[in-house]
Design a protein. Structure first.
Length: 66
């Protein structure tokens, strides 16, 4: 099972959601879905998000065996 940390990392960042949406070129709805784990960002957006948040990509998800 994949546990999503996207929302936590965004919440802990100094950036407003509006800025991140503009930076990533996504809608607010898309960003919300990523934060809630309903959908996952594509690799290009994930790496761009990691760059702006200054965190390694591996911090966004934790894999837990069921």
């Amino acid at each position: 099972m994949l546990i999503c940390n996207v929302g936590k990392l965004i919440k802990d960042s100094p950036f407003k959601r509006e800025y991140l949406c503009d930076y990533l070129g996504v809608s607010a709805n898309t960003l919300t879905n990523w934060c809630q784990g309903k959908t996952y960002p594509p690799a290009d957006k994930l790496f761009k998000l990691a760059y702006v948040l200054k965190v390694p990509v591996k911090e966004f998800y934790i894999y837990v065996e069921e």
